[in-house]
Every structure is written in C-alpha cells, then in structure tokens.
Ligand binder design. Sequence first.
Ligand SMILES: CCCC/C=C/CC(=O)SCCNC(=O)CCNC(=O)[C@H](O)C(C)(C)COP(=O)(O)OP(=O)(O)OC[C@H]1O[C@@H](n2cnc3c(N)ncnc32)[C@H](O)[C@@H]1OP(=O)(O)O
Length: 400
Amino acid sequence: MALVGVSGRLAGCYCLRAVRSLPFCSSLQVPALQLHISKTAMGACQKDFESAVNQVKLLKKDPGNEVKLKLYALYKQATEGPCNTPKPGLFDLINKAKWDAWNALGNLPKETARQNYVDLVSGLRSSSDSSSQVKSEADKKRAGYDTLVITSEDCITKIMLNRPAKKNALTTQMYREIMLALEAASKDDSTITVFTGNGDYYSSGNDLTNFTDIPPGGIEEKAKNSAILLRDFVDCFIDFPKPLVAVVNGPAVGIAVTILGLFDLVYASDRATFHTPFSHLGQTPEGCSSYTFPKIMGPAKAVEMLIFGKKLTAGEAYAQGLVTEVFPDSTFQKEVWTRLKAYSKLSQNAMHISKQIIRNHEKEKLHAINAEESRILQERWLSDECMNAVMDFFSRKAKL
Ligand SMILES: CCCC/C=C/CC(=O)SCCNC(=O)CCNC(=O)[C@H](O)C(C)(C)COP(=O)(O)OP(=O)(O)OC[C@H]1O[C@@H](n2cnc3c(N)ncnc32)[C@H](O)[C@@H]1OP(=O)(O)O
C-alpha cells in the first residue's frame, strides 16, 4: 500500500522511512493495529477508548507514519503498560521503530495513554472528516468562528482575520477566537500555521471600541480584564509550537505589528505598512516588542517605531529585519503560497523541534516581558492621555 503524500514529507528520515511498510487495512489506509481490547485497558474512559480504536479503522485519510507510530505506542501503553519487551535488532527496522515509539512513553500511566489515544483519534477524525468531505473552498471553512475564516489545505492551516469593513480591528471576541484557533492549529495535522487579513488591511490593531464597552465593575475592571486578555493572547504566540507565518497583505497597526516579532516568517506585500503609534494613543508597547524589536532591528530603530510611532514601509521593515521578504502586491498571493506549499512538505518533526530549540532559549524571558508589558498597559489604559485619544478617534478628531 503506497503512502500517498507521506513518503515525500518523510523522505530522508531513516527511522520513519523504515515504517513505510507498517501494515495497513487495505481499503482504509490505516494501520492494522491490534484492535482487540485487553482487560487491562478497563478504566474510566474505557468506552471512549474502545470507540476510538474502532474509529481508527474508519479514518478516510492516511494519518502518516509518525501518527501511526504514536497510535501504536499509546495503544500498547494503554493496554499493556510500559514497554518491557526486548529491543528488536538493528536491522528489524519496522519493529524497532514501533518499539522505540512505545518505549519512549516510559512510565506513562495506562489511563493517561488511553486518554491521549482518544484525544489523538478525535483530532484525526476532525481533520480527516473535513479533508474528505470538503470539495469547495467554502466547505473548507472551519465552523465555530465568527470573526475568522480558518482553512486547512496542503498541510497549512490558514487563520484569516475577517472584519474587512473595520480594517480587521481586533475585538475582544477576535482575541478569544484567535487563541482557540491557535490551540486547534497546534494540535491539527498541519505543518505550518499562517495568519493573514481579509480585505485591504492586514489589521488596524486593537479595536478601540474595546475601551468604550465598560462593564458594571467600571473602567478599572475593564483595564484589568483587558490586561489579562492581552497577556493570555500574547502567551499563545510565545508558546505556539509550529512554524508561524504572517502573510501581511496590507497595512498593519499596533498589536498586529508588535506580535510579528514572535512569528517565524513575515512575508509582506509592498502595499503593507507597519505602524505602532503608541505615544499618539497614550499607550506603551506590547506583544513583547519592547524586547523583540530592539533585538531584531537594534535599539535606535526600535525606538523610532515604538516611542515615536514612525510608520515603516514594507521595504523599510524588511531593511530593519522585521519582515523576511517583500513581494509586489500584484504577485504577492501567488508567490507566497507557492513558497509556503513547498515549505509545508518539509519534515514536520524537524521543523517543530528546530522551533522549540530556538524559542526555548528565551521562552521564560518572553513570558516575563509579556507580563510586565500587560501590567504597565493596565495602568496606561486608565490614564487621561489614553482615554482622550480613544475619544478623539470616535469623535473623528483624530485618525492615524
Ligand atoms: C486587549 C488587548 C489590547 C491590546 C492593545 C493594543 C494596542 C494597539 O493595537 S494600538 C492601535 C489601535 N489602532 C488604531 O488606533 C487604529 C485606528 N484606526 C485608524 O486610525 C483608521 O481607521 C485607519 C488608519 C486604520 C484606517 O483609516 P481609513 O482607511 O480612513 O478607514 P476608516 O477609518 O474609515 O475605517 C473603516 C472603519 O473601520 C473602523 N476602524 C478601523 N480601525 C479601527 C480600530 N482600530 N478600532 C475601531 N474601529 C476601527 C473605522 O472606525 C471605520 O468604521 P466606520 O466609520 O463605522 O465605517
């Protein structure tokens, strides 16, 4: 049974190439795992586990060798406990790969292995269902999001900000949906996650109406809740495990710019601009930009942007290192997606591990900076300077 679309991605990976010939149920392209349930798998989620084992047989899409090894290992751990069988010989490649996967689970409790198996199958089902049922672009839209359009294709999950009439300004609901979308993308079978905007803007940053909708607890409560939301939001970007790409289709403002310092690739149309007008708004930097921007572009240029609100063209942002590459707007989408499709075929594990190695050096620092920036902004939002700037925008006295 050929592993369509899998062998290419795994090419060059000795260990996983070895499991190409993992046995499959011929019609369903899923591994013929031992689908009987032993008595030792009995427990709280036994029913779910049994059902997940059966669902594996019904998957319409080959989940790929890495996932099949995970399923195998979790199944063995859930039903037999830690691996204590002799290690297969060096040249028994398939059984060695399976043994390695099981053995890597160490002393993971059977209950946890069962739960992880159930969770993994549930993720596979949703991606398998969506990819097998989907025929048109509209069908590919992930349900449950009002402010985003989320699609998955070619191992790329695309998160598109979808309030074009408001220049994709980020409402409270949108921050929450983005966090959910990132959580889902971190677990789906995509290799790369992409952010972009619908319409002429990438995003005009925080929706200023977020500051006008005051809860019964008053403005202090609003500022406190907003600081928590901001901190949680930025934390999701700091912790996101897969390569994260911004496809900046047009102007970007405020937090839509600062967060770019936490992305792995930033592709920009030559129509894009990058503007962080915090001092115009009585605000201070967020998204860890007080750390990432000086690191990326040097303190002098970071100060121009973050303190003096200098708006950069795409070319200038490229020169400062904030943008990876600039494309003419006329060919932007075509060139960028061709590039990303090629990248998405690279080894998923190698890319994720490389990202972790790079990010882990400073993860703790980034979380501390995010906490500090959010705390300072909580105070700033209560200042007259900030409140006046928001009122000026809505009374049409000021626009950036
Ligand atoms: C909880 C987390 C907090 C995180 C904090 C983050 C800080 C920041 O992000 S600061 C940056 C905040 N953004 C702004 O200050 C931008 C404000 N917008 C503008 O200056 C202009 O709208 C803009 C230059 C972006 C575009 O100008 P135009 O091309 O002239 O378009 P319009 O102004 O007519 O915009 C169309 C429509 O969209 C509304 N809009 C646009 N951006 C925002 C926004 N950020 N907040 C709220 N509303 C926005 C604009 O009001 C228009 O609405 P209508 O008049 O109803 O059509």
